[in-house]
Structure formats: C-alpha cells, structure tokens
Design a protein around this ligand. Structure first.
Ligand code: AMP
Length: 628
C-alpha cells in the first residue's frame, strides 16, 4: 500500500483503548508487573480520549465507606434495582469494594474534588455521586497512566485482535493502522485488555444537519470494544440493554446534578406533575416487585431510570409535551444558579452555548427535556458488554473461569464499557475495572498461560489486506462516480452509517418508532443487516480519515447485529422506557429472569444464543439504597 509496517513485539500487556478503563489498566499493570512490557494503543490522544475527554462535573460512583456513607452492598442493590434485576452482582460488588481507593488517588494526582465544609467529606450530589471540578479530569488521570506504560501509541485505530495459531481461542495481540500516517501496526502481546469504548451513533440520532455531531455519548465512541471482541469470537451479554437518556434538549446536557443536587423536577407542557400518573399502569406491566404503587417501592427512590423514561415517553405520546425541567425555582438561589451553569461548563459546554445562542435563561424559563436515541454501552445505567469471568472469592461457578474480567477468549480481558452486566460503573468504576483486569492479566501471564503463542505472517498479511481494502476499492472505482459521491460499485462510510442508523432506528426500536419493536421487525432488521455487512466488504475510503470512518462503521455494524440478536432472543419487555417488545409487552420473570449470552462464530457469522443464570448474591434487607 505504500505505507510502512510497524511491528511491536514481545508485549506482555496491550491496553486497547486508553479511556478511563484503559488508563486504570495501564496503571495497575505496572504495579503487578514491574518487569512487564506494557503498551497502550489509543485511537485519539490519551490526554483527551474516551467518554471523559471533555470533562465531568461529578464522579457518579463513590461509596464513601471511610465516611460511613455506603458500602459495596448498597451499590449492588442500587444498580440491581435500576436495571430491573439484570446485573452481574459479583462484578458490581468487586468494583464497588475497590472504587473508593481509585477516587482517593485521583485527588492525590491533582483532581479538585469538592468538599462539604461542615463534615470535610466529599461534597455529595446524590447518595453515590460526588461533585468535582473536572474539566481536566482525563488529562490528570491519564498523566499517571502515561508514567506506567513503556510505549504509548496514540492515533492508532485497532481493527482486529490477533489470534494465536498454537492454541485455539487464545488472543495474541491486535492490529490496526495509524490514522495520521496510514502505517500498518502490529502488536504481538501475551494479554490484551480491551477498553475501546461503547457505541454512539448506532441508532439514528435526533440531531440532524449541522447539529449531527451532537450526541449524548462521545461521538468517537464507535463500539470498538464490541467490534473487536465479537470479531475475536468472545461471548457477549446484555447487548439488548441499550440505554435511552432523558436529557436537556438538543445539547444533551446531563440531568443528574439538576435532579439530585439542585433538586429541580419535571413538569409536562401544561405545568403538571405527570410521572406518578403512569405508575399504576406501569406496575401492571413490570410487576409489583419492580414498581409497587401501593406498597413501599415508590418511597424507595430512585425509580429505575427506564421507568422514569417510560412516564416521560408516554406523557409526550399522549400529547402533553414538551417535558420541562423546572429550574426557575432553584435558579433564584445564586449559589444553585452558579452550580447549574458550572455543571455544563465542566462537562457539556455545548449545552451552555446552546442556551446562550437560543436565548434560554433557566432562571426565567424552564428548559425543555427530551429522550435521546438509544446508545449501546455498559458503564452508565446499562450493562452491554462481554461475558467476563468474575473474581474467585465471589463468583458462582457459571461466572468464573480463572481470571477476573477475562472474556471467553483466553488472554482477552474487558473493562469499562467492554465488560457486560456491570452498569453504574461510570468514570471511577471503569478505571477500577481496568485495574482489576490488569491485575488478573498479570497473573495470567505469570501463571504461564500465554506461553508458546504463534502468529504467522499469513495472518498478518491477511489482516493488512483487509484493513486497507477500502482505499484500494476507492482507487479502482473512483472514475465511476456518477454524481457527487454516488458510485454503483461502493458506498462510502457516511452513506453506510446513514443506512445502519436508519435500519436500527426503524427495526430495533429507535426514536422515530417510540422505541418499539417486535419479532417480525427484528427479523427484517437482521436480514437487512446481513445485506449491509456484505456491502461493507465493498466500502470505499477516499483517504486515511475515511478509512478510520470505515472501520468505525464496521465495529458499529458488528455491535448493532448483536443488539438485534439479543433483542430478538429476550421475549419480554424488561426495561420499558429503553425499548418495548410489542409482541411481549410485559416483564416476564418466570422465563426471563436470566442474563442473555451470545456468540458470533467469527468464521461463519452465525449466532448462538443462550440464557445464563442471574444470581442475586447480595441480600435485599436494608434496601434503602440511593434514597437520596
Ligand atoms: P446523569 O447526569 O443523568 O448522567 O446522571 C448522573 C447520576 O445521577 C447517575 O448516577 C444517575 O443514575 C443519577 N440520576 C440522574 N437522574 C436521576 C434521578 N432523577 N433520580 C435519581 N438518580 C438520578
């Protein structure tokens, strides 16, 4: 291709993606592997990469055990309730018992955490959330990880895992290309920690035209964690569990600080409280165990995120929109007004700019909220990701196969959005998961599990050809462009993305169908998805930038197919407000109180689906979690 091949050999631990989870992994790998060769490969620049790139105003997962605030069991109960029971409690507990120490380190490294002047404890936003001055959160945390790695390769888009040819189902590193130079990069490694992020821009976004870059999760989160792991044949879990967010309209400004700290609340278009009106009917759909309108559940806040969405969506569909956030009361207090603006300036500056540009002053006008398009990720209030092993001291047999956070592919570990069944990790929890994965990966290597790995030149050549094919394809066919970018021989990445988003929106329950789908629709979606997959074999890239877009799209496509397969498999509506199975409108605990697990055969592309037990390891007593 005219580009160089760069081979990095003899790596012990390859960190694939250096967002919060990847930085945690590099940091911890150095602690347990003083003599190990640790290499980071990151698509952007790790100082400002991942979902935390533009900053955060809160750390949403901090137990505060040292201040007597919460213990890990509280976190498990909270996340379990929020996800309608469907979580991996071993993984949640394991993260929660370690997360505080990560947060304390962030403070040591220079992150300004707010403190409660009366108690000296960190300033709480909600029961589990604390407030920070976090515009520079990511550069601060990545600074520590940078010191830990031997070599950092920024601007590398990883496209595939390398597979060992000596032992089946064992990872051997990864390959990709430099998004600036176009060089082919080979990383031969004993263990890989995949932390390449969740997926935005899978479902058609509400934003259009010049606003199309505005999405809730980072637009550069291309589902590469899923694309890479599915491509390697790793089992996935809970991929149907996409998340819909209630957000400030058009800027996707987050609502947590407003609801929890400023104590703002919502109203319908005619100024009424609407949420509680929908709960009696909703209780019939999900059952009393999850929403008891007569018993005490409603006094146990918070109501699961999806159920709050359901009330929002139903009220709008009943013609009483838009939904407003009542800010006019809180913003009369100058301190709260300042916090309200700071909150956006520290993490979603676009929302503040949008309000300024459209003459919205939340002190005098209650801003509009909306529900977002769905996102596929595993660190906010949802748990998509790989089926990974839990820790040996907590996990039942079905959840444990030797190394914490190792996927079903040997030597391939997952953290952050990559690890499934672990919602509510957020930034601190993702960093912590990276740490846990790295510790286990070091042990995996020390136990001699990565001995004798073999990678042939043939495998490297095959991948190289595949990676650069879109550039070749463009060169061969560019003269046949008929109008603008229309060509009978190929689609370009933008055209492919539009097609994927339309398909997912219409068949898998996006915004234009009010999050509704059914078996018939999903099967049509799967058929169209196969056709798209075939056409992506002929995608064309005009330059290296488009090559990046082409590979991001291929990762999004693999993630999306998994979403369709999982959504089809789970024959119930487990999370009303995230999506609805029109043919099974009720939650069905008798048949579906299980985790869904899939595997895509990398050779044939065929899917197999199975149910895995959903064990509840933490008792229900004192279920007052997050009664903020
Ligand atoms: P967000 O700002 O929406 O990303 O949420 C930040 C944190 O606040 C997360 O831990 C959310 O689960 C939580 N949160 C957001 N809105 C609410 C609410 N209305 N009630 C309870 N918790 C919330």
């Amino acid at each position: 291709m005219g580009y160089k091949t760069v081979v990095e050999d003899n790596i012990d631990i390859l960190v694939a993606g250096a967002g919060m989870a990847g930085t945690g992994a590099a940091f911890e790998a150095r602690y347990w592997g003083q003599d190990k060769k640790i290499v980071i490969a990151e698509k952007a620049n790790m100082d400002r990469s991942g979902a935390v790139a533009q900053g955060l105003y809160a750390i949403n997962t901090y137990m505060g055990t040292r201040w007597g605030e919460n213990n890990p069991e509280d976190h498990v109960r909270y996340a379990r309730m929020d996800l309608m029971g469907m979580v991996r409690e071993d993984l949640l507990f394991d993260m929660a018992r370690h997360v505080d120490s990560a947060v304390h380190q962030f403070e040591e490294w220079g992150l300004p955490l707010m403190r409660d002047p009366k108690t000296g404890a960190y300033q709480r936003e909600g029961r589990l959330q604390i407030m920070i001055h976090g515009e520079s959160y990511k550069p601060i945390v990545s600074g520590a990880a940078k010191k830990s790695a031997d070599i950092i390769y920024n601007r590398i888009c990883l496209t595939h895992m390398l597979m060992d040819e000596a032992k089946e189902n064992r990872v051997a590193g990864a390959v990709g290309f430099n998004v600036r130079t176009g060089d082919y990069h080979v990383f031969k490694a004993k263990a890989v920690i995949c932390a390449a992020g969740g997926a935005s821009n899978i479902f058609k976004p509400r934003s259009v035209g010049e606003g199309a870059g505005r999405v809730w999760y980072a637009p550069w989160s291309s589902g590469s964690a899923y694309g890479l792991m599915i491509g390697a044949g790793a089992k996935m879990t809970q991929m149907e569990n996409r998340i819909v967010l209630a957000r400030f309209k058009d800027g996707y400004g987050p609502v947590g600080a407003y609801f929890l700290h400023l104590k703002t609340y919502t109203q319908n278009g005619v100024g009424e409280e609407y949420e509680s009106k929908w709960f009696p009917e909703l209780s019939k759909m999900v059952g009393k165990e999850y929403l008891d309108t007569e018993g005490q559940h409603l006094s146990h806040k918070p109501i699961p995120t999806c159920l709050r969405n359901h009330a929002f969506i139903s009220e709008v569909n009943a013609g009483r929109g838009p939904i407003h956030m009542v800010t006019m009361e809180a913003f009369q207090d100058p301190h709260l007004e300042e916090i309200g603006w700071h909150n956006f300036l520290g993490m979603t500056v676009g929302q503040a700019v949008l309000w300024a540009a459209t003459d919205v002053d939340p002190k005098y006008e209650n801003p509009e909220l909306t529900t977002s398009e769905p996102y596929v990720m595993g660190s906010h209030a949802t748990g998509c990701g790989a089926w990974v092993s839990g820790p040996e001291d907590l996990s039942p047999e079905e959840y444990f196969w030797g190394y914490n956070r190792m996927t079903t592919v040997e030597g391939l570990f997952g953290a952050g959005d990559a690890a499934g069944g672990t919602p509510h990790a957020f930034s601190s929890g993702s960093f912590t998961e990276g740490r846990l994965a790295a510790k286990a990966a070091c042990k995996y290597i020390d136990d001699g599990k990565a001995e004798g790995i073999k990678v042939s030149q043939e495998q490297l050549d095959k991948r190289s050809k595949e990676i650069f094919k879109p550039l070749e394809h463009y060169k061969i066919y560019r003269n046949e462009i008929t109008a603008g970018s229309v060509n009978p021989n190929y689609i370009n990445p933008r055209q492919g993305l539009d097609r994927l988003q339309k398909l997912m929106d219409e068949y898998a329950g996006g915004v234009t169908v009010s999050y509704m789908t059914n078996e018939k629709l999903l099967n049509i979606g799967l058929k169209k998805m196969k056709a798209l997959e075939e056409d992506l074999e002929k995608i064309a890239a005009e330059d290296i930038h488009e090559l990046l877009r082409a590979w991001e799209l291929k990762h999004r496509q693999l993630s999306s197919e998994a979403v369709l397969q999982h959504t089809l498999f789970r024959k119930e509506t487990r999370w009303p407000g995230y999506y609805y199975r029109g043919d099974f409108m009720k939650l069905d605990d008798q048949n579906w109180h299980v985790l869904t697990v899939s595997r895509r055969d990398p050779e044939t592309g065929e899917y197999t689906m199975e149910k895995a037990p959903c064990y509840h390891l933490v008792g229900d007593e004192e279920n007052k979690a997050a009664a903020a």
